[in-house]
Design a protein. Structure first.
Length: 152
């Protein structure tokens, strides 16, 4: 069932959803797990998003502070986006137009898309630049990082 799902309670929700093209959170803390097949979804106003076994392509439609895990592609909005990786086994993800990324336990491997990005990163193990001009600033959490493709 494709379409828009609006999380409609003010106290927050914990839901498993699939086959929606847009998911909009509400005032409370919303934790959304995507359905088992790959998903292409636009989201806003969520606090936690969990992907599944399929290939998940997520676009943020408004400035977000979001905790994510098990996603393959994440594209930020035109506003400021802060993403916390929430996987104990590590994350491998393509990102674009994000301003801040904070890694978690495990090996986090981030590839930057083609538009060129300026971002603050912490606790990542590998970051690879894209075709555009990428400016990456290391956060204060202490970093040991393999960086490639960040300079043209």
């Amino acid at each position: 069932m494709a379409g828009t799902y609006t999380v409609g309670v003010t106290t927050g929700s914990t839901l498993t959803l699939g086959q929606f093209s847009t998911i909009i959170g509400d005032v409370g803390t919303d934790v959304i797990t995507l359905g088992t097949s790959g998903n292409t979804v636009s989201i806003s106003a969520l606090e936690t998003l969990i992907g599944t076994a399929g290939t998940d392509f997520i676009t943020l439609t408004a400035g977000s502070t979001l905790q994510v895990s098990l996603l393959e592609t994440l594209v930020g909005s035109s506003s400021s986006d802060v993403v916390f990786l929430n996987a104990t086994v590590g994350t491998t993800m393509l990102v674009d137009v994000l301003e801040t990324i904070v890694g978690a336990a495990g090996t986090d491997v981030i590839s930057i898309g083609t538009s060129g990005s300026t971002m603050l990163v912490s606790l990542l193990e590998t970051i690879t630049g894209g075709a555009g001009t990428d400016v990456v600033t290391l956060g204060t959490a202490g970093n040991t990082i393999l960086a490639t493709g960040l300079l043209e």
